[in-house]
Design a protein around this ligand. Sequence first.
Ligand SMILES: [Zn+2]
Length: 426
Amino acid sequence: MQLQVKTILNAIQRFPGFVFQDIRLHRHPDGRPRRIEIAVEAHGGIPAKCSRCLQPAPGYDRLPERSWLFVPLWGVVTWFHYAARRVSCPEHGVVVEHVPWSDGKRPITLAMMCFLSRWARRLSWRETARAFHTSWDCVYRSVQWFVQWGLAHRKLEGVQSIGVDEIHWGKSKRADNFLTVIYQIDSHCRRLLWVGKRRTKATLRRGLQALGQEVVQGLRFVCSDMWRPYLKVLAAKVGQALHVLDRFHITSHVNQALDQVRRAESGRLRAAGQPQAEHLKHMRWKLLRRFSRVRGRARGQLRQLLRTKLATARAWALKDLFEHFWTYKSVRGAGEFLGYWTWRALRSRLEPMKKVARTLRAHESLLMNWFKAKGEVSGAAVEGLNNKIRVVTRRSYGFRTYEAMEIALYHTLGRLPEPESTHRFC
Ligand SMILES: [Zn+2]
């Protein structure tokens, strides 16, 4: 038996009530294949269905022919053509029939939207468009549909822990260049739940509202930075949950203070032409990394720097000491340690360190919640998700709008459910 394209199409994409009527290959003048056109027709014996209730309904009239982009066959751009009927549904009146490969106005078949969306997770949108002979806009609209479908069908039951964070994207520091993100950070499921523009109280309120009252009231743990607008909203809206300041952020505040000390001192020494400035050259990451992770030659250089009487060395000692904070098992022990550490920092004559000490004291009770939640909340989950977000936002040269980036974030990090397997081609 001869294998026909129709046979393949029927094997991969059967639409009851429709038949693949006519398949043509169009060529370039030099003979290379240009596109495949597939004419679809309604099966005579099967009545059309109302697109709203999916019930069979009597025909009314026929709309002009439309085209939908299909998954390329053997690398050749492929289109479906079909003139949809309108039906007269007893319940919904005159409406267009249900067209099983189409969703709304997009000129792309569901199969192609799913196909492009899955590839758009592995490649950038631009690469995806190029690989399958289509436009960036077509990829964007496909992923947008895919994400909307996923958001509408995702389940939010069982969300117990969330992490709230702010992310900067793009170049400018304008308010619009910050995002507020809400992650689920339960050990059984880590994903992006919500993302919104800006980092104000209103933004976070919007996010919590989007999750819904039921989800918010079921939360047991909330993890965040010390960003004041968030603290306020979380206290007001998620009061029943244990609010934890996460380790990752606290550590990065201490690190930033150390780095400020280093930069200021380095500038001072170089301006004065002091030879000691040499000690501070190329030391940034060696200072910021955990001591146990600095190895080999770098470790030797770090030790040399720490033997000096430089302010940077003193700041580093404070940073290193603070690591112990996280090892306490009891709230009391941790509290006493925090008292001791801040006391030393406040007497260090290092302004950035003093500032951190004051901030930590001001948030002491929230800090202590870390020990109450011991083992239940993973700050590393927030850090891990943040890193993944950065991978997406940095790819953002291809994203012309904030909306496109938001969709890309849900697409890569939302763990959204996917439409049924009949539309799977990759
Ligand atoms: Zn109907």
